[in-house]
Design a protein around this ligand. Structure first.
Ligand code: B3K
Ligand code: ZN
Length: 880
């Protein structure tokens, strides 16, 4: 028998909460398998709620062990109780106190939502709906209350007791082996920001004095022995605090800021008020175990969670449909922070690559949804690239549209007007309309329409009239269940290059609003005339990727080469090369399917020489320019009838041609890694990135000493970035030294789970026919733990998302393997299982023989009775 279909929650059904909560006092008696939670809450009937309206509280797998109202027990007739719901039939007219006692088992909580244990440490995850797994509560983001938390535990088991806000009291409980601590958070907050940590943890401390003189204690708590791995996270935190003051005038508002790193965590991190809880991979780093990318990620995630203190905590979401209000804005803020800390162009390139790799396929497949969705069954399924990354792009669009000053005024108004609110996208946009005096109706549409807009560009130069005519058109893909999309405002940053590569300025523009170098596309079709151009310009459009759109512009190869050499917009120099490489890879892929001999384009191979000539001037940029579009990029561009083997072959062929043509330069560059003691700064990281790009090409060249030199690079590496880069090439190219290096790595890093994740990852993404057998063997490795989300991601998700030829094998074994794991993980941890399931989202774009196999695996999942709500929603949509 199938359980009831999950309910659909709709934005249009939103109603304010009938009862408010003023204060919450929580008393935890922590015991590994039987923790009691005493909650004392003051409720207040909301204006407009009829007297006698039942009070309905959310629960999830709860056991009620005590209940009283205004000090008196309630009779069975007065209430209705279930593990997922508590109803008080006729509450008092106005204010009343409700006391609830629940009993929970944190050790059995494998969902890692609510109160659970990670390596013995008690910790919580309440966003989005985990608080209801602790006590019965109106568990929705628009119910804000002031929390006080008392935590009691055995001293030996949990010497450290942490809650939200500021510490107020602590002590021993006389005559017992237990102690307690009380924490008070003066800032009203929604239940999803509640947190508690109790365990035997080491502490690394520092301080930060805010602009207005508040002395804040900063602490990072980690497992004992890992204190030395916290320096970078602490440094990142202090830089984030300073940056938010300097950039937005936003200061921290409590006496302490605590961060705790745990090893079992479903996502990256969580912004609980004053007590951020992190997946340890976004805290712990040293040169021996972390790559430059890890350092950059830690900096970004620490900043992201800290920035949530204003965009998310002080101003929160009215309902979960507004998730992008806090996530899009906070991602935008962390991107800006990283851009200021590093190279802005290189940061922009990696953000755009990420958007295209994750959000574009989501928007083009069965899981497409607007940045502000209109409905969901399981909200955890909506922490997506669309909400986060496209959400951040929309903030960037807004900034481009309004200009820096009006954008800053709008944000200032938002912070002052909505501090303390649970609010909406409409209220956010209204601040910018007021601050700028502009009508943002066309901008607002971006939030409600799924799919990536396609911008078609045709250009024609008339020499006699000295005019460039641009025919521009925007269209949205048709999406099932979505009404026909309407035009949005698309800011197109652009430039016109003369024959020397200098930017030209038109004397007049007709047919579109142009402000500075930004042209606004506001209608389905627009013809724009740019006059006063005495020579035929080369158009550089969508500079800096000024809008999250796809371009349909048949620009000539010679124009693209010209842009790659001369564009004053560095992002578009990179983009021009990528466009050329993508076209060539598509051509080669098509040829590979006809079994024709593959002959890469000489002009593209040659232009790499020029990139290499500029290598020393900007190594980080050059490393990006030397990175060919990924196999997934090519599949996405093809969009249908995808044959991953042909793509793989095409990419390998172009890589080898480039590698052989410039063998000597790559051979030289691969040795020029950053010298001296390791430093994670952007300049040193850029040098390593370039050297390792060169190493990757050299590994794929015909050089007689390629295998030896890559193996030597592996064994002489003195940091993780260089070591893992060499290992990846040894394994991916199946070079003779691969086995030896894998064994050496395992031995060297067997005590670091995070370093071992990279070892699993490298093997899971190796494009070999034997990969699945290898993964079967790895799952039996004692260092693999099939219950830990990071390990599952390192091995299984890495395979599904990063090994296209093996995941989409024609014999269906890749899909079957991933389906097996999903079904195994789902009963324990639905969030991790449903994330894994999203790797099937592009199955319909595969060539038929592979799509049939994918469908079989999906149907097997779908036929499973008792599938979680998380997986049910994803599998139904994926098959629809
Ligand atoms: N807000 C959390 C994500 C919560 C995910 C819930 N399934 C982390 C972040 O975006 O900062
Ligand atoms: Zn966030």
């Amino acid at each position: 028998m199938r359980p009831e279909a999950p309910v659909t929650i709709r934005l249009e059904d939103y109603k304010p909460a009938p009862y408010k909560v003023e204060t919450v006092y929580l008393d935890f008696r922590l015991m590994p398998t039987a923790t009691t939670v005493d909650a004392r809450m003051i409720f207040q009937r909301a204006d407009g709620t009829p007297i006698g309206t039942p009070l309905v509280l959310d629960g999830d797998e709860l056991e009620l062990t005590g209940l009283s109202l205004d000090g008196l027990p309630l009779q069975p007739d007065d209430i209705s109780v279930a593990p997922d719901r508590l109803e008080i039939r006729t509450p008092p007219a106005d204010r009343f106190e409700l006391k609830i006692q629940t009993k929970i088992d944190p050790s059995a909580n494998s969902k890692l939502e609510g109160l659970y244990r990670s390596s013995g440490t008690y910790c919580t995850q309440c966003e989005a709906e985990g608080f209801r797994r602790i006590t019965y509560f109106p568990d929705r983001p628009d119910v804000l209350a002031v929390y006080t938390t008392r935590i009691e535990a055995r001293k030996s088991e949990a010497p450290v007791l942490l809650g939200n806000g500021n510490p107020v009291e602590s002590g021993d409980i006389a005559g017992t082996d237990r102690h307690f601590a009380v924490w008070h958070d003066p800032h009203p907050k929604p239940s999803y920001l509640f947190a508690l940590v109790a365990g035997d943890l080491a502490k690394v401390s520092d301080r930060f004095v805010t602009t207005s003189g508040k002395d804040v204690a900063l602490n990072i708590y980690v497992e004992h022995g890992r204190e030395s791995l916290c320096d970078w996270a602490m440094d990142s935190l202090k830089r984030s605090m300073k940056w938010d003051e300097d950039t937005f005038g936003l200061e921290y508002d409590l006496d302490v800021f605590n961060i705790v790193a745990v090893s079992d965590f479903n996502m990256g991190a969580m912004e609980n008020k004053g007590l951020n809880i992190f997946n340890d991979k976004y805290v712990l780093a040293d040169p021996e175990t972390a790559t430059d990318q890890d350092y950059a990620n830690i900096e970004a995630v620490i900043a992201h969670e800290y920035f949530h203190n204003w965009t998310g905590n002080r101003i929160t979401c009215r309902d979960w449909f507004q998730l992008c209000l806090k996530e899009g804005l906070t991602v935008f803020r962390d991107q800006e922070f990283s851009s200021d800390m590093r190279s802005r162009t290189v940061k922009r390139i990696s953000d755009v690559k990420l958007l295209k790799a994750h959000q574009f396929p989501e928007d083009a497949g069965p899981l497409a949804h607007p940045v502000r969705p209109r409905e969901y069954k399981e909200i955890n399924n909506f922490y997506t690239a669309t909400v986060y990354e496209k959400g951040a792009e929309l903030i960037r669009v807004l900034k481009t549209l309004l200009g820096n000053e009006a954008f800053a005024r709008g944000l200032e108004l938002y912070f002052s007007r909505h501090d303390g609110d649970a609010t909406t996208i409409e209220a956010f946009i209204a601040c910018f309309e007021e601050a700028s005096g502009r009508d943002l109706a066309l901008f607002a549409r971006w939030y409600d329409q799924a799919g990536t807009p396609l911008v078609a560009v045709e250009s024609h130069y008339d020499k006699d009239a000295a005019t460039l005519t641009l025919k521009l058109a925007q269209s949205y893909p048709a999406i099932k269940g979505q009404r026909k999309a309407k035009p949005v405002v698309i800011p197109l940053q652009f430039g016109l290059l003369d024959s020397k590569g200098q930017d030209m300025t038109p004397s007049q523009v007709d047919g579109a609003t142009v402000e500075g170098d930004v042209l606004l596309l506001e209608k389905a079709e627009q013809t724009v005339r740019l006059s006063g151009l005495n020579e035929a310009p080369v158009l550089s459009i969508l500079r800096g990727f000024s809008s999250p759109v796809r371009l349909d512009f048949d620009q000539s190869a010679s124009d693209l080469l010209f842009l790659a050499r001369h564009d004053s917009d560095q992002f578009n120099r990179w983009q021009a090369l990528q466009t050329l490489a993508t076209r060539e890879l598509i051509r080669l892929t098509k040829a590979a399917r006809t079994r024709a001999r593959l002959k890469p384009d000489a002009a593209l191979v040659d232009v790499i020489a020029e990139v290499l000539d500029q290598a020393s001037a900007d190594p980080a940029f050059c490393a990006q320019a030397l990175t060919l579009p990924s196999e997934q990029d090519i599949a996405r561009e093809l969009g249908q009838d995808v044959d991953p083997d042909a793509i793989h072959k095409a990419r390998k062929c172009l890589t080898a041609a480039i590698a052989n043509a410039h063998m000597a330069q790559f051979g030289n560059l691969m040795n020029q890694t950053a010298s001296g003691a390791f430093s994670p700064d952007a300049t040193s990281a850029g040098k390593r990135a370039l050297a390792n790009r060169a190493l990757a090409f050299y590994a794929q060249s015909d050089a007689a000493d390629a295998a030896d030199r890559v193996a030597a690079a592996y064994h002489s590496a003195d940091n993780m970035t260089d070591r893992i880069a060499a290992l990846t090439q040894l394994v991916n190219q199946d070079l003779p030294g691969a086995e030896k290096a894998l064994a050496a790595y395992r031995q060297r890093h067997s005590t670091s789970s995070l370093a071992m994740d990279k070892w699993f990852h490298v093997q899971a993404t190796a494009p070999h026919d034997t990969c699945l057998d290898q993964i079967d063997a790895l799952m039996l490795d004692p260092l693999y733990d099939g219950t830990n989300p990071n390990r599952i991601r390192a091995l299984v998700h890495a395979f599904a998302a990063g090994n296209p030829t093996q995941f989409a094998r024609k014999d269906g074994r890749g899909f079957e393997f991933v389906a097996d794991i999903i079904l195994k993980v789902d009963p324990r941890n639905p969030q991790v299982a449903s994330r894994l399931l999203t790797s099937f989202r592009s199955w319909r774009s595969l060539e038929e023989c592979r799509a049939i196999e994918a469908k079989k695996a999906l149907l097997r999942i779908s036929d499973m009775a008792n599938l979680s709500r998380d997986c049910r929603e994803i599998v139904d949509k994926t098959l629809k």
